[in-house]
Write a protein that binds this ligand. Structure first.
Ligand code: ASP
Length: 346
């Protein structure tokens, strides 16, 4: 056939990916969850954690979960993977450095490819805020946001909440309501501006009645407390914030997102470091949290990170239980199978 005989290929309506509505069991932001949903996730996490390992394997036996990571991760990636495996699912990891993403393949095409390969749920970490929304629209699959740029890290906020509640109310999770954290002050200290962990916690904790204080150098804080949302206050003086707090969440300075901002690190340590002298003087009983990775000797000293007030290792363990609950929710909610097959039909 000569060139002129080649008929232009008819482009059907399905040649370009259609916009599919967001899967209802996706978790893109903590605001996707009602307080009832939060309570149900916490209860499911406890049930799954205490279940016999073989019984647990049946929940998602042979279901296919993809982990799509465009940014490095230790805790989040490993705990999502362990959570999926403990539920019997098959997992596949696609990371930016060892896939066609390196050759320039777009997020949209990567998502469509994973779906064509049978992925039933995608866990996404991406440097661009909002990336999980795009992936959700183009695949129609349940998407779990494992951290998107400076936007959100919802599973981290849920595991932080589980850690806080266990310490305040004991291992039997208290029912989640607008007053569950009434009378509790939680300070978040450090690089609030770049932190998706801070953002998800700032959206979630006040809904349960917590008072949230933000502390840190001015360029790393929101301009006003009002702009940070309801239930949020700013207290630049970390010592004063600590004196009022039952919980303190320390944050890493996000060097990869500072974009030229120069901080005097000696000054930073003097004012904002969680060290034994400061903790003993201002908040000897407060629970110390950190999402990791911790930079020992900068925002927190080893003595505090490894000391009796620290719940950092517990946060990591809670990550597995919470992520098991999120995966079960994503893959067994009534609409899961419909949306997945709708996606495949395209
Ligand atoms: N691991 C957390 C995140 O991915 C916190 C951090 O990187 O400092 O957002």
């Amino acid at each position: 056939m000569s060139k002129s005989q080649v008929k232009p290929r008819k482009i059907s309506a399905t040649s370009t990916p259609q916009v599919i509505s967001r899967h209802p069991a996706s978790l893109l932001s903590v605001n996707d969850l009602s307080l009832d949903d939060v309570g149900s996730i916490l209860r499911t996490a406890s049930t799954l954690e205490s279940e016999d390992a073989l019984k647990r394997m049946k929940h998602l036996f042979k279901r296919r979960v993809s982990l799509l990571f465009y940014e490095s991760s230790t805790r989040t990636r490993t705990s999502f993977e362990l959570a999926a495996k403990q539920l019997g699912a098959d997992t596949v990891l696609v990371s930016a450095l060892s896939s066609s993403i390196e050759k320039g393949e777009s997020l949209k095409d990567t998502g469509i490819t994973l779906r064509a390969l049978g992925a039933e749920c995608i866990i996404l970490r991406h440097p661009a805020s909002g990336a999980p929304y795009l992936l959700s629209q183009v695949t129609g699959l349940p998407i779990l946001n494992a951290g998107d740029g400076m936007h959100e890290h919802p599973s981290q906020a849920l595991l932080d909440l589980r850690t806080i509640l266990t310490h305040l109310h004991g291992p039997k999770a208290a029912p989640v309501s607008e007053t569950t954290l009434k009378g509790v002050t939680i300070t978040i200290c450090g690089d609030i501006f770049h932190s998706r962990v801070a953002r998800s916690n700032m959206l979630l904790l006040p809904r349960l009645g917590a008072r949230v204080l933000l502390s840190g150098p001015q360029p790393l804080l929101p301009e006003t407390a009002a702009s940070a949302g309801p239930g949020i206050e700013i207290e630049r003086d970390f010592d004063k914030a600590l004196q009022q707090s039952q919980v303190v969440m320390m944050l890493r300075i996000q060097a990869e997102r500072l974009a030229g901002l120069n901080l005097d690190l000696d000054e930073y340590k003097l004012r904002y470091q969680a060290n034994t002298t400061r903790m003993a003087a201002q908040a000897g009983d407060a629970l110390v949290l950190h999402p990791g990775p911790i930079i020992r000797g900068l925002e927190i000293t080893s003595e505090v990170a490894d000391g009796p007030q620290s719940a950092i290792a517990e946060q990591v363990r809670n990550g597995v239980a919470i992520r098991m609950a999120l995966l079960v929710r994503a893959l067994t909610s009534k609409s899961s199978s419909n949306a997945a097959s709708k996606g495949k039909r395209k």
